[in-house]
Write a protein that binds this ligand. Structure first.
Ligand SMILES: [Zn+2]
Length: 355
């Protein structure tokens, strides 16, 4: 009993920052069912329990298999104004409940659209929601969530590896909505496609550099080609010691997602051999994140507890992780400083200045 209590205190007592989570991988199953019912879309199950079993990955799968899970439900929310706004709003609520005070959530605007996107994803009929309107709707949902739940939420727009022809539009949307909560560009999708050098992606990232748009990328190998400031996962950089040492020296930020890395087959399923243990020993700059909590049936709390239970993480290291996360987030300097001060205060690292 005492042990359980101690365990939950360490995992939960401090405010957290999350930098790598996909909006379309963080939807409530109940919402998928509600929207399907309203739109008259039939699903293979009609209870949360049954639908959850269909969507989640329970044992290590290939990344390609994992990406196939999105096809179970994306056609329900894509192309529906109310649903797109609702998933953004509910996302903020869920993060606030987990104790997150600042989150950067990412998604592909094209994957939620049903017009001005080629091809129209998820076998949808053509409609009237463009990728541009998707960004507007998500921004609205996030903003309403911020007001209701008193946390800060920003977004990152994803280019997709297999769609280099979407990437210039993605960077243009980053520019257009820069003042309305969009803070960066990402490259996501199936990493077995070695496409980061595609001219479409490269040009988009060059334009991002030119316009001061922040950049992260799902692939350590592409950090230099795409001039990324953070790397999603990045475990494989350990296989190239030269690159790894260079990234360490640059203080490159690794967005680590423990449970995701096991269930997508990115790492050895034995958590005691996880690459983040090397990152921790080397005092690397990294965050802990959920990636796709819907598909992994997980929470940020579970990722932290996994790190504590199997990877030797202490409360001190959790503090260091979150301070590094705040320092590597894509907020403007002033807001970043405020966020850091909030953490220092919550972690008892500053004397009160009130006298
Ligand atoms: Zn990801």
């Amino acid at each position: 009993m005492a042990l359980i209590l101690l365990f939950s205190i360490i995992c939960l007592s401090h405010p957290q920052i999350e930098l790598h989570v996909h909006l379309d991988g963080a939807i409530r199953v109940q919402t998928i069912l509600d929207v399907a019912r309203r739109r008259g879309i039939s699903l293979p199950a009609d209870t949360v329990e049954e639908m959850t079993q269909i969507i989640i990955v329970q044992k290590p799968a290939s990344l390609t298999e994992f990406l196939g899970k999105f096809a179970e439900y994306m056609h329900v929310v894509a192309g529906d104004r109310e649903a797109i706004k609702r998933i953004a709003y509910e996302f903020v609520e869920d993060k606030a409940k987990e104790g997150v005070i600042y989150v950067e959530v990412r998604y592909s605007p094209h994957f939620l659209a049903n017009t001005q996107v080629d091809p129209i994803p998820w076998n949808q009929e053509e409609g009237d929601i463009s990728p541009d309107e998707v960004v507007h709707l998500v921004n609205e949902g996030l903003k309403e969530g911020e007001r209701a739940f008193n946390i800060k939420a920003r977004s990152i727009l994803c280019c997709m590896r297999h769609k280099p022809n979407w990437s210039m539009e993605v960077v243009e949307l980053c520019k257009k909505y820069h003042q309305e909560g969009v803070v960066a560009i990402d490259l996501a999708g199936d990493e077995s496609l070695n496409s980061e050098a595609c001219p479409g992606h490269r040009k988009a990232y060059e334009e991002a550099v030119r316009c001061g748009i922040h950049r992260t990328v799902h692939a350590g190998e592409a950090v230099e080609v795409l001039k990324a400031e953070r790397v999603g996962h990045g475990y494989r950089t350990l296989e190239d010691q030269g690159l790894y040492k260079k990234l360490l020296a640059q203080n490159m930020h690794f967005e680590v997602c423990p449970i995701s890395s096991k269930l997508t087959g990115a790492c050895d399923p034995d958590f005691t051999k996880h690459p983040v243990i090397t990152f921790r020993k080397d005092k690397a700059n990294y965050s802990l994140n959920t990636d796709d909590p819907l598909i992994f049936n997980s929470t940020l709390h579970l990722d932290y507890c996994t790190a504590q239970k199997y990877m030797g993480f202490t409360e001190e290291e959790f503090k260091r992780v979150n301070i590094n996360s705040a320092q590597s987030c894509f907020l403007p300097d002033k807001e970043k400083k405020d966020l850091l001060n909030k953490l220092y205060e919550a972690y008892g690292m500053v004397q009160s200045t009130a006298f």
